[in-house]
Design a protein around this ligand. Sequence first.
Ligand SMILES: NC(=O)c1ccc[n+]([C@@H]2O[C@H](COP(=O)([O-])OP(=O)(O)OC[C@H]3O[C@@H](n4cnc5c(N)ncnc54)[C@H](O)[C@@H]3O)[C@@H](O)[C@H]2O)c1
Ligand SMILES: Nc1ncnc2c1ncn2[C@@H]1O[C@H](COP(=O)(O)O)[C@@H](O)[C@H]1O
Ligand SMILES: O=P(O)(O)OP(=O)(O)O
Ligand SMILES: [Mg+2]
Length: 280
Amino acid sequence: MQLAQRQQQEKIIAALRVQPKIDPQAELRRSIDFIKKYVKATGMQTTVLGISGGQDSTLTGKLAQLAMNELRQETYSTAYQFIAVRLPYGEQADESDAMAAIEYIGADQVVRIDIKPATDAAVAAVTASGATVSDFNKGNIKARQRMISQYAIAGAQRGLVLGTDHAAEAVTGFYTKFGDGACDLTPLWRLDKRQGKELLQMLAAPERLYKKIPTADLEDQRPALPDEAALGVTYQEIDDFLEGHDIAERPAAIIENLYQRTAHKRHAPVTVFDTFWKTR
Ligand SMILES: NC(=O)c1ccc[n+]([C@@H]2O[C@H](COP(=O)([O-])OP(=O)(O)OC[C@H]3O[C@@H](n4cnc5c(N)ncnc54)[C@H](O)[C@@H]3O)[C@@H](O)[C@H]2O)c1
Ligand SMILES: Nc1ncnc2c1ncn2[C@@H]1O[C@H](COP(=O)(O)O)[C@@H](O)[C@H]1O
Ligand SMILES: O=P(O)(O)OP(=O)(O)O
Ligand SMILES: [Mg+2]
């Protein structure tokens, strides 16, 4: 990597608060305590999260369930509950992984909402207006439909919606703005993908859930497209970059370019007072 790339790498690591090495036990406790304190401070009672069958929602769901268990024990109130939400678009090919994740988490409540009718209705209404909706853009509508469903559940049950964003997704902006990017708290934020795996291993998760190929699985025409194929860079390269290693120039340039291009996603909506977008 060139000097300018190294300097940019250091800035990104500092901005995303990634540590080169973690103590998994300490990070586990940190996230659980964060969820507990936030729930208590806000007077809310439940935590709500879509469970896809992938690594990130398995880990975030497990942390939330452990936090709710502790809150129940400490307060003698059964009101504290974790609500796992299944949000398939019609039939989900890897449904068995999602169910394995829910079983592993031991979720207090499980809610299932098929997002297909609402997604298809939105696509039809937009198309009827004369606008086109690409398969890619429809994928983002699916992610936003999942957000709507989770907020509906949270609104009905004094809930907070959890997000699964972590450093390896935040750095590339690999999430739908106001879709899976919209949530109330992100317990994994600061961890990269392999650090998340370390936590799941420590929590004795089934191997299939943390060894699974990461996918947003949003497109009809390219089902289960691996994130790494969509991004053009591997999670190993992203994690190495975030942990401060000297990676090859090509993946470093891809990561830095994605970081710049997606800066708007890591900020609240732009106002006349914002200047971050002028620095490119
Ligand atoms: N692999 C899949 O199955 C799949 C499918 C769809 C989306 N995705 C992923 O989900 C993510 C979402 O895609 P996306 O980023 O194209 O859509 P997005 O909706 O998250 O973000 C794009 C939108 O952000 C706004 N925007 C763009 N540049 C801006 C700027 N400089 N300032 C302020 N606002 C700006 C615009 O409204 C634009 O439509 C991507 O990472 C994508 O790869 C994956
Ligand atoms: N099929 C799904 N069911 C429930 N929740 C889902 C589903 N797909 C995605 N989610 C939620 O969105 C985030 C982000 O997923 P990515 O794979 O990172 O795009 C995921 O953690 C679930 O909470
Ligand atoms: O967000 P998830 O749970 O779908 O994990 P992944 O990003 O690894 O698909
Ligand atoms: Mg996924």
